[in-house]
Design a protein around this ligand. Structure first.
Ligand SMILES: [Zn+2]
Length: 281
C-alpha cells in the first residue's frame, strides 16, 4: 500500500462515521503500542498517539522487529538498515511525545506468535502496566504482512489470559513483576472497526511523525507534505479519524471484590499511619 492509500484510510467523507472515543475521559491513562515494524504505528494510529500524549497520557512503544528488510537499496546490510529504522522510530516517537521505545529486535519477516514472543510481551506488560494496548488486528481477512498478523495474535494471547495469571511465565516474579490485567485493546487495520478517534487536531503531528521515517516514505519531506495537504483539501471539511476494533476485558466480580478489599486495606493502613504520627502542634 502506498503512502497516499494509507493516508486515505483515515479520511472518511463528510458523512462518515462519528468518533466515539471515550478511553481517558476520566483522566490520562497509560498506553502501550505493540507493533511489528518501525512506521506501522505512525501510519495506522499516529494521530491517536499524538492526541493521548497531548492529553497527558504516558505512552510506551514496543517494536517486535526493527524492519531490517524494508529497503530496495542493495548496498545496505540488515544491521545498517535496522539502525537507521530504529533511529527513525525514535525520532517519530519524540515528535509524538512517547515516553520510551523498546526494540525486541526479532528478524523482520519471520515473526511467529509463539511462546517466546508472547512471553516477551507479557514481561513488558507486567513491567509497564498499561491500561490500553494498541496493536495490529491479527485476524483481518485479505492480504496482510505475516509479521502484522503474528504480533497481533501474540499480543492478544499475552493479554488474555497470560499476563493476568501469575503461573504463566513465573520467572517474571523473580524480576519483581506482578501479574497485571489489561482491560482494553484497540486493534488497527481491522475489517470491522467499531472505535473511532477524532484526530483532526493532531494531523500535523501525525504527518511530522510519518516524515521521520525517511527511508520508507519515498520523496522529500516537502513532497510528502504537499501530497498530504492536497489530499486533505480534496477531502473537504470531513473529520479525520483513526479506526480500531475494540476488545474490552470485563473484570470478574471476584476480581473487583479483591481489588476493593485491597483498596480498603490500603486506606486503613494509611489512616493508622497517620494516627501514629505525633501531632506537631
Ligand atoms: Zn509493517
Amino acid at each position: 500500500m502506498g503512502l497516499l492509500d494509507r493516508v486515505r484510510n483515515i479520511l472518511p467523507g463528510k458523512s462518515g462515521p462519528v468518533a466515539n472515543d471515550e478511553l481517558g475521559k476520566d483522566g490520562p491513562l497509560t498506553g502501550m503500542v505493540i507493533v511489528a515494524h518501525p512506521d506501522d504505528a505512525e501510519f495506522m494510529f499516529g494521530g491517536t498517539v499524538a492526541k493521548w500524549c497531548a492529553e497527558g497520557w504516558t505512552v510506551y512503544y514496543v517494536l517486535a522487529t526493527s524492519g531490517d528488510k524494508g529497503t530496495h537499496d542493495g548496498e545496505l546490510s540488515h544491521q545498517e538498515l535496522a539502525a537507521i529504522r530504529e533511529q527513525e522510530q525514535r525520532d517519530a516517537c519524540d515528535v509524538l511525545g512517547v515516553k520510551e521505545v523498546i526494540f525486541l529486535a526479532h528478524p523482520d519477516g519471520f515473526l511467529k506468535p509463539d511462546a517466546e514472543l508472547r512471553g516477551e510481551i507479557v514481561h513488558l506488560l507486567r513491567k509497564y502496566r498499561p491500561d490500553v494496548v494498541l496493536t495490529w488486528d491479527g485476524f483481518r481477512q485479505g492480504f496482510n504482512h505475516s509479521d502484522h498478523r503474528a504480533v497481533g495474535i501474540a499480543v492478544r494471547d499475552a493479554i488474555y489470559p497470560a499476563v493476568r495469571d501469575h503461573l504463566y511465565y513465573p520467572d517474571d516474579k523473580q524480576d519483581g513483576l506482578e501479574a497485571h490485567q489489561v482491560n482494553e485493546m484497540l486493534m488497527g487495520g481491522s475489517d470491522d472497526p467499531d472505535y473511532r478517534v477524532d484526530i483532526s487536531a493532531h494531523l500535523e503531528t501525525k504527518l511530522q511523525a510519518i516524515i521521520c521515517h525517511k527511508s520508507q516514505i519515498g520523496g522529500t519531506p516537502e513532497e510528502v507534505r504537499k501530497r498530504w495537504t492536497d489530499r486533505m483539501q480534496a477531502a473537504g471539511r470531513g473529520t479525520a479519524m483513526e479506526s480500531f476494533k475494540r476488545v474490552s476485558i470485563r473484570r470478574s466480580a471476584r476480581q473487583q471484590e479483591a481489588e476493593k478489599q485491597k483498596e480498603e486495606e490500603k486506606k486503613a493502613e494509611e489512616s493508622q499511619a497517620q494516627a501514629a504520627t505525633p501531632a506537631t502542634r
